[in-house]
Design a protein around this ligand. Structure first.
Ligand SMILES: *Cc1c(COP(=O)(O)O)cnc(C)c1O
Length: 418
């Protein structure tokens, strides 16, 4: 889809009437004042009072005893796996429908990601398949060192079923809650379900520190271990003594200050993303063949909203709506391309049903950012609405309706609107 480069989602929006992006950062005067205060305090390092306070406040929000502020969510996943003893040659179960960072963190440890398919409704790890994968790997004599579910687009995986399966298999769970801060499952906050949970504050996430992440856990030893590994594994002596390989993964004190401001605004930003989803739901309610991914989850943070288009029933494809919106300077994206289809993971072990491939083939993610102005939301909805009006007419059965409308426009013929 020609909707711009990889970094478009993270470009600033500016003011006015330009391009509507998928999920740009939403920062303003509060972030500015927190950042300035931190800068003026002199703590311009990956250590300081803002880091400590951000950890306390985030742990409180997620309901865990500990939090470790890191330079990215990916770093958090990597450290969690190391701290849980994941070693080269181990297997780690990862949903195939995710952002590549989840699988990369496994590869960094030398372990092998095993890709398991998702539930078609939510896009989250399929518990029944997880159970089968654990049994099959065990049967094959493989050590499964961790299960790494992802809370897809801000909807928690089905921990009511996944936790007992992991417990029965004796395999620790690390929750990739990178997309899910603010969401809950059975009243419990995203991030709190595994031995460790990981959040991301990348520029496109629900809150941002421009780049950053947090590992959260109830296990004090695990938190200490990750904090130690994140600061080059320095022994507490003055002369730089090292007995382990460490990493430079700590969050800057300046960025922690931005995170604290964002966290204060989390609930209002989440409310806006939820309102966008409701608006899209209403817009597509009467459209045959279209449903929203994860629509049944009232506790989602609604980080991103995606529609799923059955081209048979709808009479048009997700890509056609994407092209229509791109022409109006509105960014959309497909749902994640599954990991087992990525060249870098060619030949990986998998357990698949085809669900993730169908979501990739039929999904379209719509602008979801909390900073979208009411005018921008209206503009996106108006463009979708005129696409739906054109697409729902049926005259030439050999041509998809939308292409018919575009042909009509291009030859200058009037396009009826009802
Ligand atoms: C964003 C994301 C990450 C990585 O977070 P970074 O902070 O960008 O390193 C990991 N997993 C998922 C599912 C994500 O969406």
């Amino acid at each position: 889809m020609a909707v711009g480069g990889q970094d478009d989602t993270q470009r600033p929006t500016g003011g006015g009437h330009e391009r509507v992006l998928l999920s740009p950062p939403d920062v303003g005067p509060l972030e500015e004042s927190y950042l300035l205060r931190a800068l003026r305090s002199g703590w311009v390092a990956p250590v300081g009072p803002e880091v400590d306070a951000f950890e306390r406040e985030l742990a409180e929000r997620v309901g865990t005893a500990h939090a470790v502020a890191l330079s990215s969510g990916t770093a958090g996943l990597h450290l969690a796996l190391i701290a849980l003893g994941v070693r080269p040659g181990d297997a780690v179960i990862v949903p195939t429908l995710t952002f590549v960072a989840t699988a990369n963190a496994v590869v960094y440890t030398g372990a092998e990601p095993v890709f398991v398919d998702c539930e078609p409704e939510s896009g989250n790890l399929d518990p029944e398949l997880l159970d089968r994968a654990l049994r099959e790997l065990r049967h094959a004599g493989r050590r499964v060192a961790a299960v790494l579910p992802v809370d897809m687009f801000g909807s928690c995986a089905d921990y009511g079923r996944i936790l007992p399966i992991c417990a029965a298999a004796g395999v620790p769970l690390v929750e990739d809650a990178a997309e899910a801060l603010g969401a809950t499952f059975d009243g419990r906050p995203a991030g709190s379900f595994g031995r460790a949970g990981v959040l991301s504050f990348n520029g496109n996430k629900i809150i941002t520190t421009s780049g950053g992440g947090m590992l959260v856990t109830d296990d004090g030893d695990l938190a200490d271990r990750c904090r130690y590994l994140s600061t080059q594994a320095r022994q507490p002596v003055p002369h730089y003594e090292h007995t382990d390989t460490g990493y430079n993964y700590r969050l800057s004190n300046l960025l922690a200050a931005v995170g604290r401001a964002q966290l204060r605004r989390l609930d209002s930003m989440m409310a806006r993303r939820r309102a966008h989803r409701s608006r899209y739901a209403a817009l597509f309610a009467q459209t045959p063949g279209v449903r929203l991914l994860g629509a049944g989850d009232p506790a989602a943070n609604c980080w991103l909203t995606s529609i799923l288009v059955d081209p048979e029933a709808a009479g048009w494809r997700a890509g056609e709506l994407a092209a229509h919106l791109a022409a109006a300077d509105i960014e959309t994206r497909p749902v994640w391309k599954p990991m087992h289809l990525q060249p870098v993971f060619a030949g990986a072990r998998t357990l698949l049903t085809g669900a993730a491939e169908r979501l990739f083939a039929t999904g379209l993610t719509l602008p979801s950012g909390s900073g979208m102005t009411p005018e921008q939301v209206d503009r996106v909805c108006a463009r979708i609405d005129d696409f739906l009006r054109r697409s729902s007419r049926g005259a030439d059965p050999d041509l998809p309706a939308v292409r018919r409308a575009h042909v009509a426009e291009s030859v200058g013929a009037p396009v009826p609107t009802s």
